[in-house]
Design a protein around this ligand. Sequence first.
Ligand code: SF4
Length: 1019
Amino acid sequence: MLHLLCVPAGSSASEIFFTKAMQQEYGRTMLVTSSTFLVQKARMQGVNAANFDYLANAVLRQRGRVRVRRISRRAQELIVGNLLQSLQEKGTLVYFAKLVGKKGFLRSVTSLMDQLGSCGVTPDEIANAFLHWDGRSGNYRQKDRETAELYREYIGYLVSHDVYDVAGMYRLAAKELETLLQSGSALPWDTLFFTGFYQFNAWQLAIIRSLSRLCDVWVALPYEAGRPDLYGAMEFTYGDLMRQAVLEHIEIPEPQRTASLKHLIKTLRAAEAKPVPSDPGIEIWQTDDRLEEIRTVLRDIKQVLRKQHVKAEEVAVVVRRMEDYSGLRVLCDEYGIPAQLRDSASLAANPVFRCIVLLLSSVPLHGREKAESWSDFLTQPLQRIALGLPTQTAAEMAKAHYYTDYKTFLTDVLRETGCTALQNLWEAVEEIKPEAAVQEYCEKVLGILSATELKGKAGQLYKEGKITLAGFKNIACAQDALTLLLQNLPQEYLAGGCEHKLITCADFTEALTEEAEKVSLTLQPENQEGIAVLSAVNLEEAAFKQVYVLGLREYEFPHFKNENWLYSDSERADLAALGVALPSSADGYREDIRFFANACAAASERLVLTFFTDEDQGVSPYIGEVESLFTDLKIQVRKPERESSASLSRTELELALARAGQAAFLQQLTEGGAEAGSSDRKRIDNAAGWNGNLADQALRLQVVQQIGDRFSASKLETYRGCPFQFLVSYVWQQQSVEEAEEDMDPMQRGSLLHKVLEIFISRHLRETLQAARWEELWQELDTIFSETWHAFAEEGQLYAGDFWQHDQEQQRLLLQQWLRKEIYYSEAGVMRPICTEKDFGRGADQMLLEIEGRQIFLNGKIDRIDQAGDAFYITDYKSGQVPKKAELLDTNLQLPLYILAADRLVAAKEGGAVIGGGYYALKDGERKESFLFADAQDGNLPWQTYSEMTDADGTKIPINDITVLQEKVKQVLADTLRRMEQGDFKPAPSGGCDAYCPAAKICRYRLLKPDQDGEEGHE
Ligand code: SF4
């Protein structure tokens, strides 16, 4: 029999179920629940408990299916990829034809297969639903046919190979239960209790229904009939269960709460909510930024714990996504607050893994690139342990000599260091083929890993006190996890039917990295007796005296999921009406409010909601909802504590004393206190060794090595714009020294316009565009735009959201404006486009500059080159701001570098010369800030130009010709390289901070700038 118990907000049926379960024999009942927390809670009370996967497996075991092969997500992707490939070869794919082989598409389509599986439709049912879908265009009908075909093939593959994805395992369990029912056999349980779930998918519901015909099944579902806005995520599950269940009316005891908290839980999203006065049980705090938000919360917790009002285990810190608060563990330690929080990091970020990636990356390379790659590998600090190599020697050799052959480099390093481990490693790496089966790659890497004896060497160093225990564990855990990963990966390919498929070493490295990103290494054991730090998605039935909910900001909490581009929300709504209930982005909103309500309901005595806002994200709408439920609930603006007497952590005290200049007092503190204080002073005073002011010679050398000698204009401009931003972007975050693309972010609309113009112009090279042909030209441009727009959307490079149509229209207007101006320039002048998207810096088109005895290589892509006789002119399309004249040869290096490159690589080859270059401001639809050499003969251009640079004191200096320009470029580059070598990476934004600066959260520019926003200054 199926019993449904509706649980009102803030209550729990667990205790009721525990009591019922304990009245029966232990093995004859089981509590099935959603989280490990609830499983543990039940087991501690002596109740047999497990999660849903365990239940499904138990059913299968009961039916003698002991070896059900569950496949991973990677295996699913491999299967789907193979099926798409074979459909492509059969000529079945038209709509998806161009997308096969694209990674984003493969992910989306695999996720669609999952969603179809979870909603319980068979291939016939989905094909039938598509068939009866009225109002579909021919194009979309083709998409539907291909989706149905792929789903049929996918399910067919799983069945014929006897492997199961998650939905498949549930489907099998549901089928076995049906057989059990028909055979009249019994289950090992008399009663099953389901709690802690707020929804079930179609197969889980089928399992519950079948189970309820074999034993007593009780389901507790959070649900209140009068609050559809709060229980939207449960509607489907409630409706389905109610078709068979008996609705039980058992009084569920309400936990003790303050009056305000009770009011909040009862009226959040209720139809009629009358505001009431609040009590101290609820507070809302606003802080300046995320760090201050965490510090303010931890200070409060420390004070509460000191006063012994509550125990640490009675306090919870809740965030929506743990990855947004990765610094929490360290800050809890700083304040001496015990926390039940795992300090973990992904295997992909571990130095052991990164060394393997560097090694594999070198395999397909040649010449200078391969030598650089080996030099990167050998200068990793880990090589001191793994190979016993003096990395400093390797770094100095790589710097002193410009190696174009890796063998010469390795031979020199071997001669200099006599490192036999390197000799062996080199031989092993030579055996790695550029193309091989995954099994072969895994075996080779396993061989290399075991030959390094890394774990043993690290253990020995730990015993000798040369590395810390944490350092040893970091290496040992990474080696174990990587070994396991390399042993398992071939199994995934086997399950996906790709065990013999040859892949490139680069593809293998990418696959290995993707898998490593999913492996989390625990760096510190989880503390069982501290404050709980939890994600809001895991809070079903959690209960604490005090709860702090952080990050109540737009897009963070609620956290919105993007609409799926394969089948949009409106298509999903149509499909739901046809009986195929796929999840939509609106389901995400409905789930999110559930998470917020759970976080609020977890508090019994005090709930603190915190947030900060910035230019990009305002306050969460949940804050407004909570405020509206009370007559007097005000947002409290919390400022950082600056008095040393109020400091609650060593860092706070040091900073406060250092700010006050109390060095003598610091000296009297614990040993090292003065040093720590002086560190803060140094930080504040921007002393050598602090704030991007690199003092250590060896470190500078390594940084220069990391920067390399390949530069794009944007890389150089980033340094000129702010050296600290450069350090964080290109050195700390290990961005590729040589950028593949320097200007286009495929997610941005600007790249769409670039692409459209590239296609259009390449069809009209050397042509005069005439106003008389306006209709025809516009028609052509508009068609290119529509096709490119769709191609971008299908590849997931553009998001088809609510403003889709509006956006599209805006871009179309910009193009219209552009074409009118382009026709005008074409008719009024003599310059004609001769090429688009001209790459330089690769292959034969190397762009080398000698700067004070150092050779540097430049790379980039010139959007367009025009020609008139032997005069050439370069153009860069800008969808955003156009660099100003005054920035030329300072922060604007793109134009000068591109002019030099085009002159050397294009114009000179044709016996001509570049006379200048400028920008096309796409949002204004016209050329702007166009440069022309002062001595240019063919300067009859139909747009405004300038011919000088502005030096530091505002003097205008004419740039007569390419020789002068090259000289100036060399001076700027010499200055830039010299500053880099001197370790000058201070935060110094030349024209205000970049809105997207990746260093914004860690840079102390605002603190160091005197009187900036009332913050502290140097003095
Ligand atoms: S936030 Fe500003 S000062 Fe700091 S690194 Fe970025 S650009 Fe430079």
